[in-house]
Structure formats: C-alpha cells, structure tokens
Design a protein around this ligand. Structure first.
Ligand code: ATP
Ligand code: MG
Length: 358
C-alpha cells in the first residue's frame, strides 16, 4: 500500500516524539511491504517564528493533499505573550477547521504495568479499554447566539445540531465499534434536551445498518458515574461536543498515565489527523527524555482508521504493551523495579519488538 503522510512536529517535545513515530512507521512499511512517503511542515510556534503565521498556507495546502496527518504538539511559554492571531494554538484550531474534522476519537486503555498509578483501585481499572467518540463541530460551543442580554442580566447559549451532523458522528462511532468489541453506548440527556431526543432517534434509525453492533442509550450523568464505578463496562461511547469534552477528560485520568494517550480527529472520508493528547511539555523539551508512546499509539490509530491496516496497528499496540511489561519506561511513568530509558531507547525497543514479531 502506498500512502503519503504529512508530519507536523510543531513545538517542544512534538519534534522529538514525531521522530519516534516516523521510525516506527518506517519499520512497519519495511516489514509489511508498504510505501509511506513523508513531507514535514511547520505549525504552531515554530511557524510563527519562521513565517509570522501559526498556520502557513503551504502547511494547510500540504495537509489537504495528504492521506493523513501526524501532529506532535504546539505551544510553549515563548509565545504566551503574542497577540491572539499569533498564538500557536491558532494553528491547531485552524487546521482542524480547515480540514473539517468533526469526530474526535480518544481511546483510553489501562496498561497493566501502569495501573498502580490510577486514582482508582487497580482491580477496578484492570482490563479497561474504551474509546470516546466526541462530536467536535456542533453543540453549545458553536451555537448562535451566545451572548449577554438585558444589560448583562441574562445569557443565552444555544445547543444546535442538524440531522446530518448527528448522522455522520453516529456513523463514525458504529464503524469504530465494528473494529472493536462491537458495543456502543450512545450518551445523551434525552430526559431533558430536545437535541438529545433527536440524537436518540437517529441512533435508533442507524442501528439497522450495523446489525453486528449492540447499542444502548445512557444518560450523561449516569455515564459519568459508571466511568468511575465500572470503567471496564464500556467499549465505545459516542456523544455530543460538550458531554464528550467532559467525559473524555474524566476517562483520561482512569489509567493514571496522561503521557500514554493518543487521539484521532476524523472527517467523513478516511482522512484523519492524529496527535497525542499531551502538549509540548516545555519543561522537558530538548532533553531527549519525552515519552514517545502516545505519539506512537497515534500513528497506530492512523494505520487503523485512515489506512484500514488492522494488523499493522495491532502489532504496534502489542509492542507498547509488551515493552512496558518488560519494565522499560520513560521518566514520566512510575514502574516498580523497571528500567528507565530515554526517548530514543524506548523507540528502539518498540522497533525491535516489531521486527522480532513479524
Ligand atoms: P498544553 O497547554 O500544550 O496542553 P501543558 O503544559 O498543559 O501544555 P503538557 O505539555 O502535556 O501540558 O505537560 C504537562 C506535564 O506532563 C508536564 O510536566 C510535562 O513535562 C509532562 N508530559 C506531557 N507529555 C509528556 C510526555 N510525552 N513525556 C513526558 N512527560 C510529558
Ligand atoms: Mg494542557
């Protein structure tokens, strides 16, 4: 298979971890006989420095032509005092919008070696492995009008969705469930909100198209509780923008290792932008000690969701699990009797595992 990938390293440790993902993709290409070609472009703070623009036009154009995009991280204290149009985050928001990425996927998996760091009891999170599919372009964050009225004495925010917007995110979630354990929980507040009632109707209509997936509806308050009391219950959760924002932060702390979380932002076709959940970590940037695993797992998501390369994605995920089980870890992870390694060594271990398994 031939694919063209745009790399956007960005700032801070973004440049370090994207290098790791690149090495892992190269070994995957080698072993499975694929051709991955790459193009690197500037985004965020580095683009402000070089082009006085956090999202240069050539970066945007290159992303539009690519099969998928891998992004490291943007931002850092150097640009904190810049005017808002020259902030690094503007680059990230701009590229998401330009590419019409409406679905945000965040898998949360409890790696057994790291579960002792969870705020929940280890036996409660053991085996937890869920995926949150969040709608990203509608709902309260984009409703019209959002404003103060009556001399500031009252406020209005609008939760608006169109049928088409709900259908496309629900389709993405069903498709993601088909690639996993085939259990979909659609989260809403249908006892109160009209938007949630339409959401429920659409999920009910859609389920005939995905007969292999079991679907249920759950209220968002009950979901928030169940994520803590029984996180292993869930496979795929799909929900609207704000509920998804809150639930994905809640879910992300379950496993106790923020540096391990990948994410995908998708649109209707197979194209996607993949990035770690963590930021540019200016405190450790340039030291070569960043944990590359969230970025490497993001590359695995790219293989699965954009290129439909399931075995290739799975071998990367097994490599991460196995290398952690062997005790190797970067400085951000606490592992008893483990061996601390730097970014390059961790990447090397993953690469060697993939070679040895195939
Ligand atoms: P942003 O605003 O971009 O999200 P932030 O400072 O809020 O930035 P991070 O950049 O994710 O958040 O960093 C939070 C903390 O976690 C920092 O102490 C950082 O060093 C650490 N950290 C984040 N990612 C990693 C990683 N991949 N490896 C090691 N440590 C990390
Ligand atoms: Mg942050």
């Amino acid at each position: 298979m031939k694919k063209h990938i745009v790399l956007l390293p960005g700032d801070g440790i973004g440049t370090e971890v994207i290098q790791s993902a690149n090495e892992v993709l190269d070994v995957i290409a080698d072993v499975f006989n694929h051709t991955f070609t790459y193009e690197t472009h500037a985004i965020g703070g580095c683009a402000v420095d070089k082009y006085n623009n956090p999202l240069p036009q050539e970066t945007e154009a290159a992303c539009h032509k690519a099969d998928a995009v891998l992004l490291g991280a943007v931002g850092g204290p150097k640009w904190d005092q810049h005017p808002s149009h020259l902030r690094p985050e503007r680059g990230l928001l701009g590229i998401r919008k330009s590419l019409d990425l409406f679905a945000n996927l965040r898998p949360v998996k409890g790696f057994s070696k790291l579960l002792h760091a969870s705020p929940l009891k280890e036996e409660l999170v053991t085996g937890s492995d869920l995926l949150i599919v969040r709608e990203l372009t509608g709902g309260l964050y984009f409703g019209q009008p959002s404003e103060r009225q009556n001399n500031g004495e009252s406020v209005v925010d609008t939760l608006a969705y169109t049928r088409k917007e709900i259908e496309r995110i629900v389709d993405k979630a069903f498709q993601a469930a088909q690639l996993r354990r085939k259990h979909l929980t659609s989260v809403d507040k249908a006892n109160v909100l009209e938007s949630s009632k339409l959401w429920r109707e659409i999920v009910e209509e859609k389920k005939a198209q995905y007969p292999d997936v079991t679907v249920e509806h759950m209220l968002v308050d009950a979901t928030a509780m169940k994520l803590i009391t029984k996180p292993t219950y869930f496979d795929v959760i799909v929900t609207e923008n704000m509920f998804g924002d809150i639930l994905s932060d809640e879910a992300s702390v379950l496993t106790g290792s923020l540096g391990m979380l990948p994410s995908a932002s998708l649109r209707e076709d197979s194209f996607g932008l993949y990035e770690p959940v963590h930021g540019s970590a200016p405190d450790i940037a340039g030291k070569g000690i960043a944990n590359p695993l969230a970025m490497i797992l993001s590359a695995a998501l790219m293989l699965r969701f954009s290129f439909n390369l399931k075995n290739e994605a799975a071998i990367i995920e097994s490599a991460v699990e196995e290398i952690l089980n062997e005790g190797y870890h970067t400085a951000d992870l606490q592992v008893k009797n483990g061996q601390r390694v730097n970014t390059a060594e961790m990447t090397h271990r993953i690469v060697e595992y993939i070679k040895s398994e195939s």
